[in-house]
Design a protein around this ligand. Structure first.
Ligand code: UFG
Length: 327
């Protein structure tokens, strides 16, 4: 019988790719999502509308019998988290504690948690998992609190990977799934949108200590991220204890480099306008992902050009989300 996996937040951007990849790998997948920002159209397995803070509802669902959980549900906007930190604690932390409690009650002891590189203290170097943790935003702080809770619950038998994503980007090769946030805050979709409308991209600061003064990020294809989740779940189900792992490519790209790539890919001019720094931004976040490569036998297959090309193709005719029908 196929192992059963619950994917929380599986109607969201990264979650929908994870649910699809797990299904393709032979798992029986159920998605739980409160649909506050996810898209039912992005889900091609059973979808249960559920807020994780609804402990009774979660108990009923997990009581159906699951072998593992991939937990991505949560709020993800760094900017919004400064305005409403309490809401981030409530949704992200309380939702995760409710999940951990329900998993314990129903004997589900395999967890893959969606964490972030934004946990790390600023550094000029590529980041491995052992650098100091010092989140700059309430959003990242909630992810750290959840990682710590997971560490404590390990003592009761939980096995877990905390996957610290660098910058997820890109879309499915056939443009059937893609990024559709409302409002969109991420650089690549914003740059594509601006270039398509002939509007300038506002660069949030160009006086950072980086080669061209703009922030450097490690963009990793969402298909590669999804594959890492499949491998992490496989290993947990085979008895691995799990650990914290960086998921990135080791290659950094600046905001200006992304603007140039998007412009080239679309064959359209993209003017760049200087704006103020954005609260909570780190100058540079680039992964040293050797631990993930060793532990999960995982290496990213897609490069930055593939990421931008797939995101551009998705943007031309998004199947769901705010841009649908606009092209
Ligand atoms: N940026 C601009 N102009 C824009 C949008 C973004 O200059 O219009 C810059 C940002 O300042 C940043 C870079 O582009 O330097 C990338 O910004 P994103 O918003 O795309 O992504 P972040 O690096 O802020 O991503 C962070 C964490 C992720 C986390 C995510 C939450 O790195 O782990 O926020 O949405 F999941």
């Amino acid at each position: 019988m196929a192992a059963r996996v619950l994917v929380t937040g599986g109607a969201g951007y990264i979650g929908s790719f994870c649910a699809r990849a797990l299904t393709a790998a032979g798992y029986e997948v159920v998605v739980a999502d409160d649909l506050s920002s996810g898209h039912p159209e992005a889900v091609d397995c059973r979808l249960v509308e559920l807020d994780l803070r609804d402990r009774a509802g979660l108990g009923r669902l997990l009581g159906e019998g699951f072998d593992g959980v991939v937990h991505l549900a949560g709020l993800i906007s760094v900017g919004e988290s400064f305005e409403a930190p309490g809401r981030y604690v409530d949704v992200n932390v309380r939702g995760s504690l409710s999940l951990l409690d329900a998993m314990r009650e129903h004997g589900v002891d395999c967890l893959v948690f969606s964490s972030t590189c934004a946990l790390y203290a600023p550094s000029d170097e590529a980041l491995d998992e052992d650098v100091a943790l010092a989140p700059l935003s309430p959003y990242a702080e909630t992810k750290l609190l959840i990682e710590r809770a997971i560490e404590l619950v390990r003592r009761q038998g939980l096995r877990a990977y905390c996957l610290r994503y660098f910058n997820a980007a890109g879309a499915a090769a056939d443009a059937s799934l893609g990024e559709a946030h409302a409002p969109e805050t991420h650089l690549i979709p914003i740059a594509i949108e601006r270039a398509s409308r002939g509007q300038p991209l506002v660069v949030f600061g160009d006086d950072y200590p980086t080669p061209d003064g703009t922030c450097v990020r490690d963009y990793v294809h969402v298909l590669d991220l999804a594959e890492a989740h499949v491998r992490a779940m496989e290993r947990l189900l085979a008895g691995a204890p799990g650990e914290a792992l960086n998921l990135g490519t080791g290659r950094g790209a600046s905001v200006r480099e992304i603007a140039a790539l998007v412009s080239r890919c679309l064959g359209r001019e993209l003017a760049v306008e200087l704006g103020p720094r954005r609260l909570g931004d780190q100058p540079s976040l680039v992964a040293r992902a050797t631990r993930a490569s060793r532990s999960l036998d995982w290496t990213p297959r897609w490069g930055l050009e593939d990421i931008v090309a797939s995101a551009c193709a998705w943007h031309r005719a998004p199947r769901y989300g705010p841009g649908r029908g606009a092209a």
